[in-house]
Design a protein. Structure first.
Length: 129
């Protein structure tokens, strides 16, 4: 099949937006599961989101610099790992909690979200070709 008729992967910008939206969803789910405020506590929500979003932006910046297609599954593993590790590191440095149970739940949830959409995308692309 020629590259002209192959289904297109999401662009880098779309990939970043999808990942960022999923990180925000992860943080909102976490806050809701602990009965913490969402829209009534925007500073609290922002405080929860920024470490993971900062790590995500950093890994995507590097991917763009080295011209890696972060929409693919294998680079998505690195996106997941850096988002998790960097987010936890920034949380720790800013005095937020990094209890082992939270790290495990965050690892699994972020994996399902950040790697999951990429796996689904592979199947969608294959079914269209």
């Amino acid at each position: 099949m020629s590259s002209e008729s192959a289904p297109a992967r999401p662009s880098a910008a779309v990939t970043i937006v999808i990942d960022a939206a999923l990180v925000v969803v992860f943080c909102i789910i976490g806050r809701l599961s602990h009965a913490e405020g969402i829209f009534g506590d925007l500073p609290g929500l922002t405080n929860t989101i920024w470490p993971f979003l900062a790590a995500l932006v950093a890994v995507h910046a590097v991917a763009l610099l080295v011209r890696v297609d972060a929409a693919r599954v294998v680079p998505g593993l690195l996106v997941w790992f850096v988002t998790l590790a960097g987010g936890m590191g920034l949380r720790g440095l800013s005095g937020q909690g990094t209890a082992m149970a939270f790290v495990i739940v965050a690892a699994v949830t972020l994996a399902v979200l950040l790697i999951g959409w990429r796996v689904v995308n592979v199947f969608v692309q294959r079914s269209r070709s």
